[in-house]
Design a protein around this ligand. Structure first.
Ligand code: PEP
Length: 231
């Protein structure tokens, strides 16, 4: 079973969500499809045939945290997964490894699966091992990674149309499997589309993919689900 995770980022509106629901709800697959729309559109996914996730959450469950969204509330809305540590949140919203780890612990306590994003940026390409170990340091010392999905997303690949070679993806995900003692699914994200999804999913340590832009093209995403169904 492979994971196909759709990250809408800050895109989509009510009409788009209705369309997406109608087209994707009826696509059959043995793989796990997880859709992560913006918070206000979660209500459009009641009775969805696939799984629901969100793109972020607070590390707290309630209190005086203006503008934050409680993972308890996300659970009420049917979210079984939450993406944490996406590079856009690390870079633009200054989320630290400590904050991401706090979110992780809260989610695990609530029985929600954290999708933990890690990855090096363009300047760090040659030091990807060190970067990933720093980003996962807290998890390995104080956490139980078996409750997570680890998403390797090289920052330079997100939204750029550039992907690592298949051999590079193999190397990094294999490293993550060994580092995490093979305890959790490891997935790849960064410019996955209809032309490369099958090759990427066939790489042995790849348990799934996180898809941004291409998952917003509903017909393409539907084809991606169908073509990956045999893998
Ligand atoms: C992402 O949003 O995490 C992502 C991988 O985006 P894209 O597929 O557009 O590169």
């Amino acid at each position: 079973m492979k994971f196909l995770i759709s990250n809408w980022k800050m895109n989509g509106d009510v009409e788009f969500a209705e369309n997406f629901f109608e087209k994707i709800n009826s696509v059959k697959t043995k793989n796990r499809i997880i859709v992560c729309p913006p918070f206000p559109l979660l209500y459009k996914f009641q009775n969805f045939a696939h799984s629901l996730g969100s793109q972020n959450c607070s590390a707290k469950t309630n209190g005086a945290f203006t503008g934050e969204v409680s993972p308890l509330l996300l659970k009420d809305f049917g979210c079984e997964y939450v993406i944490i540590g996406h590079s856009e949140r690390r870079r633009m919203f200054k989320e630290s490894d400590e904050i991401i780890f706090a979110k992780y612990n809260t989610l695990v306590e609530l029985g929600i699966t954290p999708i933990v994003c890690v990855g090096e940026n363009e300047d760090e390409k040659s030091e990807w091992r060190e970067v990933l170990l720093i980003q996962l340091h807290k998890f390995m010392n104080d956490g139980n990674l078996s409750k997570a999905i680890i998403a390797y997303e090289p920052v330079w690949s997100i939204g750029s149309g550039k992907t690592p070679t298949m051999d590079e993806i193999y190397k990094v995900l294999n490293f993550l499997k060994e580092t995490t003692h093979f305890s959790c699914p490891t997935i790849y994200g960064g410019s996955v589309n209809i032309n490369n999804i099958e090759d990427i999913l066939k790489i042995p340590p790849v348990d799934g993919v996180l898809i941004g832009g291409a998952s917003l093209r509903i017909a393409e995403f539907s084809k991606m689900i169908q073509s990956s169904s045999q893998i």
